[in-house]
Design a protein around this ligand. Structure first.
Ligand SMILES: Cc1cc2nc3c(=O)[nH]c(=O)nc-3n(C[C@H](O)[C@H](O)[C@H](O)COP(=O)(O)O)c2cc1C
Length: 222
C-alpha cells in the first residue's frame, strides 16, 4: 500500500472519541441538562460559534437579581488571543495544567455596589453573579458546551491586569468549550476526569421544623 493510501485508511478508521458522559446518579430523573452537566477538564479546542456565545450571554442576562441590579459582568478570551493569555496567566498552576485547551476562558465579575445608590453595597452581587453563571451554564449545555468554573486564580492580579473599577471583583474564571479526549490530560487529571461524581445525601441538606430534621417527603413512597 502506498504511503498516501495508508494515510487515507488511517483517516477513515481513526477512532471516533465518544464524549465522556458523567450523569448525576439521582433518586429521581432530572431534566437532561441538569442530569448531564459536569465540570470536565479535558476540553477540545474546537472554537465556539458566535451564535452559541450570544445565546449563552443572552441567557445570563435574563437571570433574576436583587432589585434587578444585574451585577454580573464578563470578560471573555479566545484561545490564542491576548485576553485569553491574560486570563490564563492569573490561574493557579493546578488550573493552568488543564485549562489551556479550552477555546474560551471567561472572567465572572461582580459589581459590588448598587447602581441605583452607589453609596450602598449590593450584598447579593456575588449570589446574583452565581445565578447568571448557572443560567449561562445550562444554556451552554443545550448546545453541547460545558462550563468548568474555577476559584483557583489571583483576584488582585486580575483586577490590575483588566483595570477593574474598585467596586468590581473577579469571583470565578470559567473554561467553556466542547468535551475533549481525557487522554490529553496528565495521569492525575485523567483519573479525576474518570472518577465518580459525589454529592452529600439529600436528607443532610433539606430540613423541616428545625435545622437538621430531614423533610419526610424525601423518603416517602409517593
Ligand atoms: C466557585 C467554584 C470554584 C471552583 N474552583 C475550581 C478550581 O479552581 N479548579 C477546578 O479544577 N475545579 C474547580 N471547581 C469545580 C468543582 O470542583 C466542581 O464543580 C465540583 O467538584 C463538582 O463537580 P461537577 O461540577 O462535575 O459536578 C469550582 C467550582 C465552583 C462552582
Amino acid at each position: 500500500m502506498s504511503s498516501n493510501l495508508a494515510f487515507l485508511n488511517l483517516f477513515k478508521t481513526r477512532k471516533k472519541i465518544p464524549m465522556l458522559s458523567k450523569p448525576a446518579q439521582t433518586s429521581e430523573a432530572l431534566h437532561p441538562l441538569i442530569q448531564n452537566r459536569w465540570s470536565p477538564r479535558a476540553f477540545s479546542s474546537k472554537p465556539v460559534g458566535d451564535t452559541q456565545l450570544r445565546r449563552i450571554f443572552e441567557s445570563a442576562r435574563w437571570a433574576p437579581s436583587s432589585s434587578n441590579e444585574q451585577p454580573w459582568r464578563f470578560i471573555i478570551g479566545f484561545l490564542g488571543d491576548q485576553t485569553y493569555i491574560k486570563i490564563f496567566s492569573i490561574l493557579v498552576e493546578f488550573n493552568q495544567l488543564w485549562a489551556g485547551t479550552a477555546p474560551v476562558l471567561m472572567l465572572g465579575i461582580a459589581k459590588k455596589t448598587s447602581s441605583k445608590n452607589p453609596e450602598r453595597q449590593n450584598k447579593s452581587a456575588v449570589y446574583d453573579l452565581g445565578q447568571a453563571l448557572a443560567y449561562l451554564t445550562f444554556q451552554a449545555m443545550a448546545d453541547d458546551l460545558f462550563v468548568h468554573q474555577m476559584g483557583g486564580f489571583d483576584a488582585a492580579k486580575a483586577a490590575e491586569l483588566f483595570q477593574l473599577p474598585a467596586d468590581h471583583e473577579v469571583i470565578t474564571v470559567s473554561a467553556i468549550g466542547y468535551i475533549g479526549d481525557p487522554d490529553i490530560l496528565s495521569p492525575n487529571f485523567k483519573k479525576m476526569e474518570l472518577d465518580q461524581r459525589y454529592r452529600q445525601p439529600i436528607d443532610e441538606m433539606v430540613f423541616t421544623d428545625t435545622f437538621g430534621q430531614p423533610a419526610p417527603f424525601l423518603t416517602s413512597a409517593g
